[in-house]
Design a protein around this ligand. Sequence first.
Ligand code: SAM
Length: 276
Amino acid sequence: MGKPAQFMCRLRASTMAEFTGGDNYQAEFDPKAYLGYFKFGEDTLGEEYLNFALKHYCKTFPSGGVKGDTLIDIGSGPTVHQLLSACESFKEITASDYTDQNHQELEKWLKNEPEAFDWTPVVKYVCELEGNRGMEAEKEAKLRKTIKQVLKCDVHKSNPLDPIVLPPADGLVSSLCLEAACKDLTTYRIALKNISSLLKPGGHLVLSGVLGCSFYMVGPKRFSCLVLREEFLREVLSETGFIIQEFEVLVRDDNIDDSSDFSGKFFILALKEEAI
Ligand SMILES: C[S@@+](CC[C@H](N)C(=O)[O-])C[C@H]1O[C@@H](n2cnc3c(N)ncnc32)[C@H](O)[C@@H]1O
């Protein structure tokens, strides 16, 4: 009887020891290596995620009527894929991330610097989805103009943008961030509540990410990921005061790539309930 219990303790301890938090991101997250996932046409895991997420963003923002003045992106990382459709529906976007190197990488793209990541193939795909083939340059210019600032963000703070206090936004986007930032489900619950405080009642949350994922590689570095299930996400959103309007799941179609062990992808559109 004693042995399995000891084994479980050791297993739990080793799982916890492997958690990679904010300090690990600041010290070891390499934006260039991460961006390797987003090279379109190279059959990467990132491309599989993009194919799923971009279609949903397109349905949600330009055609789906989710719009407003202000949108905050939580845990932007060095990427802009999550904002390409949103910039058609919101006037001002605030990007945010925990690490300095991700801020710098985003700024490079915003300033159109030569060494910035080339998002053109992804932008081209989004333009096609939106029925605007050939309008890549206009789309990039629009997104650059709409992103007004890149702020420091920590989802574990009650105001994740502290010390900056922004007026509550009309929309909130977050892609692949909370499961990367949270070590357990309790922390996830609190982090969701924290980011929800940045959103107006009646505003929309667009949350996407991966299910059943315990790790992902960024170059040679392994980052932990909190294993999420659909039932948990439904429960935590509803207890945080969200009405789920859309919940799409796509099961992973191959398991050959060993750079991450996710079992599926999710896309959620949820409305923050008006205060009673
Ligand atoms: C997997 S990346 C996702 C990047 C991007 N949103 C995407 O969809 O590709 C996870 C991001 O979460 C950020 N992150 C980690 N801990 C965080 C925290 N406590 N608060 C805010 N962001 C955090 C990391 O810096 C990293 O950019």
